[in-house]
Design a protein around this ligand. Structure first.
Ligand code: PRP
Ligand code: GUN
Length: 182
């Protein structure tokens, strides 16, 4: 189920961003082209490894959580909300500060309320800053986080709670998949 993900990661293009080796992959960047079979593999693997019993909502992060979350949502019939970088000022909106390796900003959670059972998914975790911001927003909203699953884990970030990742990678001049969940 994850062979296509592993193979595509280990052969994906790389660019240097300063000293940082940045990998470019359809799941994390949407380029050069998103293979439907790869997207299906990732979503199907998430369905297989996650606890989705009595889950009310899937929470994803703009922008690159959206394509995976959309497929997962249509496969499971669980509604999805997107943590946005844009403020809407809707009632109950929860703003939180996000700091990643290369950016800082505000994120805004909508559509999640006290007592909701939610799962979180995203494309990649690297510093863990985005996940920490999202977990804080969900705590403020009063939601119960049932499970967290990230497609690609770069390194060993601590997000303050256990989480699952489909593959774990190390990166030098190319990507090495060092662990896979299934
Ligand atoms: O573990 P972290 O260091 O927080 O990095 C992970 C986050 O970085 C990427 O998003 P990014 O903030 O680049 O925004 P984008 O999805 O809109 O490109 C990715 O989609 C994750 O959400
Ligand atoms: N696409 C992509 N996203 C990242 N997030 C953190 N590191 C990387 C990277 O090297 N490539």
């Amino acid at each position: 189920m994850l062979d296509r993900l592993v193979e595509s990661l280990e052969t994906c293009p790389m660019v240097k961003r300063g000293e940082y080796n940045y990998f470019i992959h359809p799941i994390t960047d949407g380029v050069p082209i998103v293979d439907p079979a790869l997207l299906r593999d990732v979503a199907a693997a998430m369905v297989k490894v996650m606890d989705l019993n009595n889950v009310d909502k899937i929470v994803v992060v703009e922008a690159m959580g959206i394509h995976i979350g959309s497929v997962l949502s249509t496969m499971t019939d669980i509604p999805m909300t997107v943590m946005r970088k844009r403020v809407y000022n809707l009632p109950h909106e929860v703003p939180v500060h996000q700091t990643t390796g290369y950016s800082k900003g505000e994120l805004y959670l909508n559509g999640v309320y006290k007592g909701d059972r939610v799962v979180i998914i995203d494309d990649v975790v690297s510093t863990g800053g985005t996940m920490k911001a999202l977990l804080k927003a969900l705590e403020i909203a009063g939601a119960e986080v049932v499970d967290v699953c990230i497609a690609i884990q770069r390194g060993d970030p601590n997000i303050g709670r256990p989480y699952k990742s489909l593959v774990k990678i190390e990166v030098d001049e190319r990507v090495h998949v060092v662990q896979r969940y299934i």
